[in-house]
Design a protein around this ligand. Structure first.
Ligand code: COA
Length: 162
């Protein structure tokens, strides 16, 4: 089976991420969304909440599994019998960082390939941080995230506002 792993922090998952998952399902038999705890990014949602939101946002997509992983990505990819790391390329500015990650991952494990998908143009400027900023300032994010994610963002950020 041709398995791809789509790693990320997903704090929270956006329509840009689900667009990448949908596209990668055209190429892979199964896509494992691998949610990294990434404490260095001080996530707004804990890893269990992020996994839950990814599951909600992908519930209508067959052949998608959602897991969390610790440690090196290439180890996880191997353990799952996957062939490739899936990443999204939104703009030229993503390229340098993605190039570095792909080469490091290749150095760590020659058998793991990195493949890149381009999201729909209207999602090319999205990041999880920008969505948190908009939601935190009372803006609407319904066009960018699953309705349940939008609700959780409102609840969480309301609690955070003094
Ligand atoms: N639509 C919307 N947003 C997108 C997107 C898309 N298609 N693609 C990426 N993004 C966003 C992400 O949400 C994130 O936004 P944020 O910074 O506001 O949170 C940003 O673009 C990209 O962040 P980046 O740090 O590149 O990736 P990540 O946080 O999604 O995940 C890991 C990074 C988990 C893949 C990486 O840290 C990793 O592999 N960790 C494991 C340890 C390891 O193996 N290290 C060695 C290899 S690097």
């Amino acid at each position: 089976m041709n398995i791809g792993v789509y790693p990320g922090t997903f704090d929270p998952i956006t329509h840009g991420h689900t667009d990448i998952i949908t596209r990668s399902l055209r190429v892979f038999d199964k896509v494992i969304v691998a949610v990294a705890p990434n404490p260095g990014k001080s996530p707004l949602f804990d890893v269990a909440e992020r996994v839950e939101m990814v599951k909600l946002a992908t519930k209508d997509l067959a052949r998608v599994e959602v897991e969390t992983f610790e440690g090196l990505l290439v180890h996880f990819v191997r353990q799952r019998g996957a062939r490739a790391v899936i990443r999204g390329l939104r703009a030229i500015s993503d390229f340098e960082h993605e190039f570095q990650m792909a080469l490091i991952n290749r150095k760590l494990d020659q058998t793991v390939e990195s493949v890149f998908f381009m999201p729909r143009e209207e999602y090319s400027y999205l990041t999880s941080s920008i969505i948190k900023e908009v939601a935190g300032l009372g803006g609407t994010v319904k066009d960018f995230v699953h309705p349940e994610v939008a609700k959780r963002l409102r609840q969480r950020l309301r609690r955070h506002t003094p």
